[in-house]
Design a protein around this ligand. Structure first.
Ligand code: PGA
Length: 247
């Protein structure tokens, strides 16, 4: 909930321009922005068929009907979204979204033709109690039955590991901490879905990623990309993170 429409338009325009100047990056990575709902329609028109893709920050379980205040996956597709973030820690902690709700939304995203970016992550208390991997397993396993049956569709899944204590706090997980959890998630996915599918699922790191730490994080074997919050509010910082991706 950062910025009004004009800010979103300016930011998207600057990022789009930056991307067109980075042909080599467009080959190795997919770049998308997930602005607030109110900016989606205008940005869809502004971006057209640009390589900069659009996603939303949440969606309803249902496709349509009397659900006052909700926005469905079909509505999001209608304004150009291809992706949707689900189960962000702020949704889980402020709005009571449980693992079951996130699982239901994951199924709905596939049903409505959107690629889900499912967020998982432990709180500081859980990390300090040595429960990080247990929490991650619970969150990942709850969502797996919602995946489609075909491997080609399952491979489109995106998971974002976001330690809650690192989101918006300036505290970033060390590369070792992040890689350990990412490798664990990959292994869990391999057990449930097979090595080939697990190898293709993208696992993003989120939590105070910025130009100064992105290169090291993105160089880790199991860190396939980033979910960037604060640093995405500045086009140059966001583009510097894109530049940090290994070619
Ligand atoms: P941050 O946010 O990059 O500002 O920590 C990440 C997020 O909101 O998921």
């Amino acid at each position: 909930m950062n910025g009004l429409l004009e800010t979103a338009q300016e930011l998207a325009g600057a990022i789009q321009t930056g991307l067109t100047e980075r042909e080599e990056k467009r080959v190795v990575c997919e770049v998308l922005i997930c602005p607030p709902f109110t900016a989606l329609s205008a940005l869809h028109q502004q971006l057209g068929e640009s390589s900069l893709k659009l996603g939303a920050q949440d969606m309803a379980v249902e496709s349509s009907g009397a659900y006052t205040g909700e926005v469905s996956g079909l509505m999001l597709r209608n304004v150009g979204c291809r992706y949707v973030i689900l189960g962000h820690s702020e949704r889980r902690s402020y709005y009571g979204e449980t693992d079951e709700v996130v699982a239901a939304k994951t199924a709905s995203a596939y049903r409505d033709g959107l690629t889900p970016i499912v967020c998982v992550g432990e709180t500081l208390e859980e990390r300090e109690a040595g429960k990080t991997l247990e929490v991650i397993d619970r969150q990942v396993n709850a969502m797996l039955p919602s995946l489609p049956e075909t491997d080609s569709k399952r491979q489109t899944l995106v998971i974002a590991y976001e330690p809650v204590w690192a989101i918006g706090t300036g505290k970033v997980a060390t590369t070792e901490q992040a890689q350990e959890v990412h490798a664990h998630i990959r292994a869990q996915l391999a057990k449930a879905l097979g090595d080939a599918t697990a190898g293709k699922i993208r696992i993003l790191y989120g939590g105070s990623m910025k130009p100064g730490n992105a290169k090291e994080l993105l160089a880790q074997t199991d860190i396939d990309g980033g979910l960037i919050g604060g640093a995405a509010l500045n086009a140059n910082d966001f583009l510097a993170i894109v530049d940090s991706l290994p070619n």
